[in-house]
Design a protein around this ligand. Structure first.
Ligand code: 5FU
Length: 286
């Protein structure tokens, strides 16, 4: 099993959480504040670094290093939802270079395999050549829970986009099963999928599934910021409830606007955590 997968499965049990908050906000300092606010309730924090203004690229004191420190303090993994999709040569540069130097601070990234399996090999090469240590000095958030028990594996992980939540997407069944075949070829690097259901079908498969597109039913939702399950937003994003996703067998539910736009994101994250965890406890164990 990928070391980050076993780490994540332990975290899920320890924090009683199947929740990933997606930081769909547009300012770097607000993103860090959100990470601190929801940190106790989540196991994964998902970012879109390219939507953030005010990104500080300093490798030691900048935004990425601060986020990694917050992740260590509250015990969660950082997932940059970069959706790499180019030729191998280019994705290596996008992963390790540029302003964001994603490999330095994101434990997990994701990729489309539309350009073929070499995108995975290229990202794996870039991850393997990364130094393996996060730069974590003096960035403000102490290593409160940093006992050896929770020492982070120094490996990076990848999720393949096997299915999507947007209406009319082209990721059909054949494409999804090709993703699974590629994931099996690169088990040491691929942790699992963005998908709508679990995709494990061979005894040795232990792929994680993370699923976006969920919102609380109106009777449980206390905010106007949420979309009604069964409906779409104005741009084709489709929603179901977190309970339904967990009962389908998904490992982690991803929530963006439902939490980011709530009047109290930390209380809202806790509400989502509770609902998803309850469904997880109800679901028959494999
Ligand atoms: F791969 C995917 C996908 O199929 N659907 C998604 O919604 C990724 N996402 C991301 O999850 C999307 O880019 C947002 O960052 C987030 C969902 O946000 P929402 O506000 O909960 O709809």
């Amino acid at each position: 099993m990928h070391p980050l997968t076993s780490y994540l499965r332990r975290l899920i049990r320890h924090k009683r959480s199947n929740l990933c908050v997606s930081a769909d906000i547009t300012n770097a300092d607000e993103m860090l504040a959100l990470a601190r606010a929801v940190g106790p309730s989540i196991v994964v924090f998902k970012t879109h670094a390219d939507i953030l203004s005010g990104w500080d690229p300093d490798p030691v004191h900048g935004t990425g290093a601060k986020l990694a420190a917050i992740a260590r303090k509250y015990l969660f993994l950082v997932f940059e939802d970069r959706k790499f999709a180019d030729i191998g040569f280019t994705v290596q540069l996008q992963y390790a270079g540029g302003v964001h130097r994603i490999v330095d601070w994101a434990h997990i990234v994701n990729a489309h395999v539309i350009s073929g399996p070499d995108v995975v090999r290229a990202l794996q090469e870039a991850a393997d050549s990364w130094g393996g240590e996060e730069i974590n000095e003096d960035v403000g958030d102490a290593q409160e829970s940093g006992s050896d028990t929770w020492k982070l594996p120094s490996k990076r992980g990848l999720l393949l986009l096997a299915q999507m939540t947007s209406a009319g997407n082209f990721l059909n069944e054949e494409y999804t099963s090709n993703c699974v075949a590629i994931a099996r070829q690169y088990r040491e690097f691929v942790m699992g999928f963005i998908a709508l259901k679990p995709l494990n079908s061979q005894p040795e498969d232990d792929f994680i599934v993370m699923t976006p597109g969920c919102s609380l039913p109106p009777e449980e939702s206390l905010d106007d910021s949420e979309f009604v399950p069964g409906s779409e937003d104005a741009l084709g994003q489709q929603y179901v409830t977190p309970k339904e996703l967990i009962l389908r067998g998904c490992d982690i539910v991803i929530v963006g606007r439902g939490i980011c736009n709530a009047t109290d994101p930390s209380a809202k994250a806790e509400q989502y955590r509770g609902v998803a965890w309850q469904a997880y406890e109800e679901r028959p164990k494999l």
